[in-house]
Write a protein that binds this ligand. Structure first.
Ligand code: ATP
Length: 234
């Protein structure tokens, strides 16, 4: 469904991606693992066309999106949930969710998705009038996921959803991601918390220094001594 073929990205003279090749099939949850600065966020940004791809090719649902505009990518159904959640802190939970449907012309579809999000995340329904900025970190992450779902994604790209959250809350967020996937949305997940990510993913890729260097199924990667040493804190 989403494919990166030897993608290279520069920030000015600095080369951030030196050859990223990643394939996500429809229905999968795929994780990108790697240390700080390895190029995980840039990989997502290249797909959502926030940064320019220097060379290589990115395709989504059969369309070449290498040179697409960000709004076209969103329109195609590829939705990026950025690191740090980016909740509008003075807007209510409901208003934050409604913003997710801003580009959607079919308002009946938005109303139906809002109902579905409140069913999946009842906490957001209870707190619909509360200001976004007063939610806890975990609740804000749920709101960011809910807001992305209102846009009607075929595929979600989630950047470090576990960042700054307590282990119990990380498990809840991962459970929500699993449910979103079970309901039919393909997921590409960037995580430093490799252990949490690999529990719910079908496959993972390791990114080192702008290159994809390793790939395998969740259990394969969890059993790989190099992964354990580098990313699981053994
Ligand atoms: P992190 O988990 O810390 O966000 P990451 O794996 O997501 O790490 P990126 O954020 O993609 O890594 O960064 C890849 C490289 O590109 C790093 O060397 C980083 O310093 C550099 N970089 C990222 N954004 C910019 C920018 N806007 N301008 C210049 N260099 C950048």
């Amino acid at each position: 469904m989403l494919e990166f073929d030897n993608v290279e990205v520069y920030y000015g003279k600095i080369q951030a991606l030196r050859g990223i090749s990643v394939r996500v099939e429809e229905g999968e949850i795929v994780a990108l693992l790697g240390n700080n600065g390895a190029g995980k966020t840039t990989t997502l940004s290249a797909a959502s066309a926030i940064v320019k791809t220097h060379s290589g090719r990115i395709s989504f649902a059969g369309t070449d999106i290498t040179r697409a505009k960000p709004w076209d990518v969103v329109g195609d159904g590829l939705i990026h949930v950025p690191e740090g959640r980016r909740i509008f802190s003075t807007l209510s939970v409901l208003e934050n969710l409604q913003l997710g449907g801003y580009l959607v012309k079919d308002k009946a579809a938005v109303a139906k998705r809002l109902k579905d999000v409140f069913e999946l995340l009842p906490l957001l329904a209870q707190r619909r009038s509360q200001q976004g900025g007063t939610l806890s970190g975990g609740e804000q992450q749920m709101l960011a996921i809910g807001r992305a779902l209102i846009a009607g994604p075929k595929m979600l790209m989630l950047d470090e959803p576990s960042m700054g959250l307590a282990p119990l809350i990380v498990a809840q967020v991962m459970q929500v991601i699993k449910e979103v996937n079970a309901n039919g949305t393909t997921v590409l997940l960037v995580e430093q918390n490799a252990r949490a990510a690999l529990k719910i993913t079908s496959r993972g890729y390791v990114i080192e220094n702008g290159l994809t260097t390793m790939t395998g199924t969740g259990p394969e990667l969890l059993a790989d001594s190099r992964i354990v040493e580098a990313y699981l804190g053994a």
